[in-house]
Write a protein that binds this ligand. Sequence first.
Ligand code: CP
Length: 306
Amino acid sequence: LIHLLSTEGLSREILTQILDTAANFVSIGDREVKKVPLLRGKSVFNLFFENSTRTRTTFEIAAKRLSADVFNLDIARSSTAKGESLLDTIANLSAMAADIFVVRHSESGAPYLIAQHVAPHVHVVNAGDGRHAHPTQGLLDMYTIRHYKKDFTNLSVAIVGDVLHSRVARSDIHALTTLGCPDLRVVGPRTLVPSEFADMGVRVCHTLEEGIKDADVVITLRLQNERMSGALLPSSHEYFKSFGVTPERLQWAKPDAIVMHPGPINRGVEIDSNVVDGGQSVVLPQVTFGIAVRMAVMGIVAGNMA
Ligand code: CP
């Protein structure tokens, strides 16, 4: 693996290698073991052209735990604001001896463009591009599911919410399908979960009850209003009335179902606070596992672990 741009096309073997490698990294940073020297002398550049709390911070922590030098480009104060093109920015940062670019961008495909223009020894990791892909979120979701449910091949997984605009949903669907999940549903109103998603081999459900019935895993998603316009934009109140995951509705899923959310959460819109903070929620463990998963990804692409 040279770059990580999508979970689409990754084999079951590579996905499993990343999850197994992450499992070995999970305790690093906890107590006596603070760092491993895998990326000592390497430079990781975080380029976040879109806002981020979890992804940017956990990539920084992960890179530091691998002993890399980390640089966070402040895009708002960078020369991007003066009209410098994306590829010129990359060329200039490459001249500062970058080894890994971690890229988030509102345009689907931006990390691919960068990967086509960097030198062969430079690695690109997609930290979310438009509505296309968010592969490390997909991988940390797989890590979380495997941690709590052990095996993918007997699971019912429901992805609930604004699937249409969600790069997380697409990355999860590709990874879950490859890992052998036999019952994958996407759930939401027709405007946000069009029937074309059936082409990805998932069941499309337009009621919450049908969608999460007897599910082992319920992945909730935010309404991505920044990617919507006009008629698509549902009212938060109306959405919550039909699709908000409340403690009462969660009883449609299996009693031991876990509830996930990639964040950021809009409490009272896609999910009730009592579910976010309840005993079935694994939202914060997802964030913590993200550190180990991002260590694994950078270790495999740039640390000669493969
Ligand atoms: N899940 C996720 O990508 O969160 P951030 O936007 O905070 O990075």
